[in-house]
Write a protein of this length. Structure first.
Ligand code: MN
Length: 246
């Protein structure tokens, strides 16, 4: 199974979880919230070939971490996967949008300068603006919009711009999330958990629980759960051809 967006470094018992995550998941993308966290997590998680660490600077911590923006840009060259990056326009984080914009534009421009990256992108409350930035940088790579919660119109625009989507159990619990997922092209969707932030019955979702989206997506798309599972694997191989997924 695949978890294309989790914060494995932020579980209280992260190190103890690594062997189980490696055994149960073919592919886990650990997105990080700052360049320093990326370096530390890459070091500590090294040696687990099925666990991949993304280079990120999370928009929720933009104000605290803006001093790391040069480091973020410098590290893009050696990082095949970038995330978590993006913009958050929700009431709690709206005040830092000017700083968030500076960071997001800088990292997207560098992804483009380096020939493109696979990017895990946060867009809550700033969906149109994230799409504006992606539109301005058409060679930045493949944007995988994580837990997309925009309008149907914004979803349509994202699809037209070539975006992919990562979809988790928490997103699919709500009717809106299920309606958006139903409109996503199945060939551009991957499972995620967003754990430990996303939870199920008050407990953090574990990286191997991402696969539980398959029956819900199957119902939304008129496919069998087996067909959805197979398609998710095919999607991953298409997105990251050099990553071993056997
Ligand atoms: Mn996240």
């Amino acid at each position: 199974m695949i978890d294309f967006h989790c914060h494995l470094d932020l579980y209280p018992d992260a190190l103890a979880l690594l062997p189980q995550v490696s055994a149960r998941n073919l592919f886990t993308l650990v997105v990080t919230t700052s360049p320093r966290a990326f370096l530390a997590t890459s070091r500590v998680f090294a040696g687990h070939s099925r666990i991949h660490v993304g280079l990120g600077l999370h928009p929720e911590v933009a104000a605290a971490k803006v001093g790391e923006v040069d480091q973020l840009v410098a590290l893009v060259k050696g990082a095949p996967i970038v995330g978590e990056i993006g913009l958050d326009g929700s009431p709690r984080f709206r005040a830092t949008l000017p700083t968030q914009r500076r960071i997001f534009s800088a990292v997207i421009a560098e992804c483009e300068a380096q020939g493109g990256r696979v990017m895990s992108i946060h867009s809550r409350g700033a969906e149109s603006e994230v799409l504006d930035v992606l539109e301005k940088h058409p060679r930045a790579g493949v944007a995988v919009l994580h837990w997309f919660s925009g309008t149907k119109k914004e979803l349509q625009r994202a699809i037209e711009l070539g975006a992919w989507f990562s979809v988790g159990p928490a997103m699919l619990r709500g009717l809106k999330g299920r309606q958006l997922a139903a409109r996503m092209p199945s060939s551009r969707v991957l499972p995620e958990t967003d754990g430990p932030f996303a939870q199920d019955s008050g407990r953090p979702l574990m990286p191997w629980q991402a696969w539980s989206v398959c029956p819900t997506l199957a119902a939304a798309w008129g496919l069998t759960a087996d067909a959805v599972q197979e398609e998710m694997l095919v999607n991953l191989r298409r997105l990251l051809p050099t990553v071993p997924t056997a």
